[in-house]
Ligand binder design. Structure first.
Ligand SMILES: *Cc1c(COP(=O)(O)O)cnc(C)c1O
Length: 486
């Protein structure tokens, strides 16, 4: 299968690239993204009875990727590192018409592992085969950092530099990064917030001097963020898996449609669901759940993407604190083509907003609906589900429940994107109903005792592990630190 560019071609880059080209070098003409030229069709019959890793192998193969079988098989074998090697993604019945697909049973307890585990192996194998060396730069507000480090740790031909805002992540998230030992990893705290970290990274990517320094060392830059199609491809798989699980549980009849409820930020998870639908999965609506940074709610309900009077709000679901949601562009491309996509994205860059026509909005709403939760609503849902249904949710997953209430009369799958253990202080506040701030470790222990839920070993061990990355610098000194590391 070939990949084309979401904003059309600039006459300098190739018009079509292979999967491996698209993932090694993910930036396309005019600042656009690579998108599949067409999507494969999948017959559900073919997938029945397969284990998760066989399912992943089969679905990814359908895309006609130029990755050797052996590499792909090794990559999907990494799902065996999840809690239950035979069932890495449990699908749990929580209410009459609600099953929760738990995507967080991997090494860093958040759904980023679903894609980053196999992706890291594939990228490193490709680099090795080509005899090339890559630097992956990541700026993180919490979940991408740990998952990226865990994915590339001690892998050949790849180095990772990860920048996080000091004081801007949870204790658990910070410890997951600063205790991660690997000779090819560098973790740098900066004095500033997540925006500062991201801006520092952008400056670095645009710096001629930095590029020249890398060239001298024979190092190329790549990206492991969710615009990389190598991540998206693995995010189509679990939508098929959820559907098959619901069939097996008797929650669905053959061919019956289901709604997918997705806590969304950069829209990678939701895009995976949209592609799965287009590949033949019986999906009715993809329901986009947001927090108070509800730019996607506005887009899907009103057809406007308007950043003009918005500032990013810090919420209790920080992985969804995003205003520029990158993967929406791939849906625009799929529905309206490259010319219109370029027009809309140019407008967003220049004027900070765009607006869809009435017909375009209707086309979008055929597949999507959206709503958002305030922090207060998130806390209410966490408490309600813990006490009434004996099911513990993290603050990101809790945002799906408002949409479930709206679509209760039909079968739904909600995606759980993080384990409660990553956000224990928020969860405890929700359970207690008061605003007392606990450190992570204490909150973990109280919740575990009170509700009889287990804390996984990988989380408990964090508090004992030695800190191996203690660098904290001013924004201006990041470049120097990274070059020193290389
Ligand atoms: C990354 C993340 C999200 C957002 O997923 P997107 O694919 O970027 O929409 C939601 N919840 C958690 C816990 C995450 O880590």
């Amino acid at each position: 299968m070939v990949f084309v560019e979401s904003r059309g071609n600039d006459g300098k880059r190739p018009k079509e690239v292979s999967f491996s080209q698209a993932i090694l070098n993910p930036s396309a003409s005019f600042g656009g993204l690579y998108v599949p030229k067409s999507l494969p069709r999948i017959d559900l019959e073919e997938l029945k009875g397969k284990s998760y890793k066989e399912l992943a192998y089969t679905v990814v193969k359908k895309f006609g990727v130029d990755i050797e079988d052996e590499i792909l098989k090794e990559a999907v074998n990494l799902y065996e590192r999840f809690d239950d090697p035979n069932n890495p993604v449990p699908v749990v019945e929580v209410d009459e018409n609600l099953c929760v697909s738990e995507l967080y049973h991997g090494p860093t307890r958040a759904f980023k592992d679903m894609a980053l585990q196999p992706f890291g192996y594939i990228l490193s194998s490709l680099a090795k085969k080509r005899g090339e060396n890559y630097l992956i730069l990541a700026a993180t507000s919490g979940d991408t950092g740990p998952a990226t480090l865990e994915s590339f740790k001690n892998r050949d031909n790849i180095k990772v530099a990860c920048i996080y805002p000091q004081g801007g992540t949870s204790d658990v998230q910070r410890l997951q990064m600063v205790t991660e030992d690997g000779k090819n990893l560098k973790v740098i705290g900066i004095k500033g917030d997540f925006d500062d970290a991201q801006n520092a990274l952008k400056n670095l990517l645009g710096s001629k001097r930095f590029k020249e320094s890398l060239e001298e060392k024979g190092i190329k830059l790549s990206a492991a963020n969710s615009v990389n199609f190598g991540r998206i491809i693995f995010q189509t798989v679990y939508h098929f898996h959820s559907y098959l699980q619901l069939l097996q549980k008797g929650k669905l009849k053959e061919g019956q449609k289901v709604n997918l409820i997705v806590p969304s930020g950069n829209f990678g998870n939701a895009l995976g669901g949209y592609y799965a639908k287009k590949m033949g999965l019986p999906v009715d609506k993809i329901l986009i759940a947001s927090n108070e940074n509800n730019i996607l709610t506005e887009l899907i309900n009103e057809g406007r993407y308007d950043l003009r009077n918005r500032a990013l709000k810090k919420t209790t679901s920080p992985a969804m604190d995003i205003l520029k949601s990158s993967n929406v562009e791939r849906v625009l491309y799929d529905k309206f083509g490259p010319k219109r996509t370029k027009e809309l994205m140019d407008m967003l860059n220049e004027k900070n907003y765009y607006e869809l026509t009435k017909e375009e909005l209707e086309a979008l709403r055929e597949d999507f609906d959206a709503d958002f939760c305030t922090d207060e609503e998130i806390k209410r849902y966490i408490k309600e589900y813990a006490l009434d249904k004996n099911y513990l949710l993290d603050p990101h997953t809790a945002t799906t429940l408002k949409l479930y209430e709206k679509y209760k009369s039909a079968p739904n799958v909600a995606y759980s994107t993080a384990e409660w253990t990553k956000f224990a202080p928020t969860v405890l506040k929700a359970l207690e109903g008061e605003d007392k701030a606990y450190p992570d470790k204490e909150a973990l222990e109280i919740i575990s005792q009170r509700l009889g839920v287990k804390i996984p070993k990988v989380i408990l061990e964090l508090f004992e592990k030695p800190v191996v990355h203690d660098t904290v610098v001013e924004k201006e000194d990041i470049e120097k630190e990274i070059l020193k590391f290389l």
